[in-house]
Design a protein around this ligand. Structure first.
Ligand code: GDP
Ligand code: MG
Length: 436
């Protein structure tokens, strides 16, 4: 999924700025990437529509860094789609009863162990693990192995074939022996069937858990959504556990499940070991899905390219003697984005000396901008026409004095000459530095 989104956001690269056309193009690719990751069609479509609306609403196209804003919008929206905030686990009740549900092989037994270990080491709880998978002796054994590994007691009744009774007995045992969390591991089938659903809902009714968690293998994609729906209809579960998010899995299932059953994802499993458990953070998952680091640098590169193109245009103008006050204003704005005038001068190879006498400090920008804003378009492109009466008008319009207007005109003249002079050698470098 990350590769695909990278590609989608690649669209931004090589374009001077983002246009409405390539917002649409980018989002089309984002949507395709989501679909490829098994996010369901409706969700993907709604997602891209929302991002598009927000992008247009925020005037992404006219901001200084449209690419970055687009990435932020996609990321924020993705975070929202996965629940926004981190959902906590409900640890009320004495003891807290937590029921695991899900298909066989989804990772219930492994996660039961991980959760017990997490609550024991991170939350100072005294958990009890309960083996309610009555069909396979190996399953009871598996939980005992897990319990031994993490030093947590496992309650089981190998001869008892009634999971409701086992669960109830376990809770009684917990109360008598000071356990404050009871984690009930249950049996699953390879596919949803009525017998399994009846059994788990009977256990659910009998023990009335504080937390019913639906465990699902993140690699199962669209199937995960159907399974989640079926379990939710019967159990109205409280949260989702997404397992096997290690390796290549990019988490498309996280997006679909949350949007289809509207239950928070609470934990993720990231490996077979007992400490491979993480609280689910929507924002981090969005980063993961977007491969954020790469995308951000990609957009930065696109931005640099934009600046270079601007610099090239500017160079042409200078060569043709078309450098005007609008370009000057544009340069000032670019410089302000970057830092101080001194920094800029430092970036111009060999220009420091030439600019030494040109007294433009950072505060001066304000006055300069005001003066340029008070000029007519014609005055900006042809400063030579600015005569005495025009100077007076500009000065009063910008709240400055004729003297200040004169000073700027002189500076501008000097600067234009210098730029022309530098065209031969260091000019290109200087323009690039200014562009940045
Ligand atoms: P259950 O049938 O739902 O109880 O599933 P299990 O807990 O027995 O897990 C099934 C398989 O998935 C086992 O081989 C586990 O080691 C493996 N497994 C469980 N969680 C994870 C995980 O987060 N990452 C990986 N890589 N494997 C996992
Ligand atoms: Mg199991």
């Amino acid at each position: 999924l990350s590769d695909k989104l990278d590609k989608a956001l690649h669209v931004l690269k090589g374009h001077g700025s983002i246009t409405e056309v390539n917002v649409a193009e980018t989002l089309k690719e984002v949507r395709r990437a989501l679909l490829d990751a098994d996010v369901n069609f409706k969700t993907a479509k709604e997602f891209t529509n929302t991002v598009k609306e927000k992008a247009l609403g925020q005037n992404v196209l006219t901001t200084l860094q449209p690419g970055q804003l687009m990435v932020k919008l996609v990321k924020d929206e993705l975070t929202e789609l996965m629940g926004g905030e981190t959902a906590g686990i409900n640890l009320s009740g004495t003891p807290t009863v937590i029921l695991m549900s899900g298909l066989q092989g989804s990772g219930k037994t492994t996660f039961s162990g991980k959760l017990a270990n997490y609550l024991k080491t991170k939350k100072s709880k005294k958990p009890l693990l309960v083996a309610c998978d009555i069909y396979r002796p190996a399953a009871i054994n598996q939980l005992h192995v897990v319990g031994d590994q993490i030093g947590v007691e496992v309650y089981s009744e190998p001869e008892n074939k009634n999971p409701v009774q086992i669960a109830q007995n376990a809770i009684a045992h917990a109360k008598q022996n000071g356990f404050n969390v009871v984690i009930v591991d249950t049996a699953g089938r390879l596919a949803i069937d009525e017998a399994m659903m009846t059994e788990i809902s009977n256990v659910h009714k009998a023990i009335n858990p504080q937390e019913t968690l639906f465990v699902v293998d993140a690699m199962t994609g669209q199937d995960a959504v159907n399974t989640a729906k079926a379990f939710n209809e019967r159990l109205n579960f409280d949260g989702v556990v997404l397992t096997k998010l290690d390796g290549d899995t990019r988490g498309g299932a996280a997006i679909s499940i949350k949007s289809v059953v509207d239950k928070p994802i609470k934990f993720i499993g990231t490996g077979e070991k007992m400490d491979a458990i993480d609280v689910f953070h929507p924002a981090r998952m969005a980063d993961r899905i977007l491969g954020m680091g790469d995308v951000v640098s990609l957009v930065e590169r696109a931005q640099e390219q934009f600046d270079e193109e601007e610099a090239r245009k500017l160079q042409k103008k200078i060569a043709k003697n078309q450098f005007g006050f609008d370009d000057f204003l544009n340069q000032i704005q670019q410089v302000k984005k970057m830092g101080s005038m001194k920094d800029l001068v430092g970036m111009i190879p060999g220009a420091g000396k030439a600019l030494k006498d040109v007294d433009i400090d950072d505060d001066a920008f304000k006055g300069i901008e005001a003066i340029i804003h008070s000029m007519t378009p014609k005055e900006r492109t042809e400063p030579a026409i600015i005569n005495g009466s025009r100077k007076k008008r500009i000065a009063s319009g910008s709240g400055t004095s004729v003297q200040q207007v004169n000073q700027l005109l002189k500076q501008f003249d000097q600067m234009s000459k210098m730029m022309k002079m530098m065209q031969g050698g260091g000019g290109r470098k200087m323009m690039q530095a200014m562009g940045k």
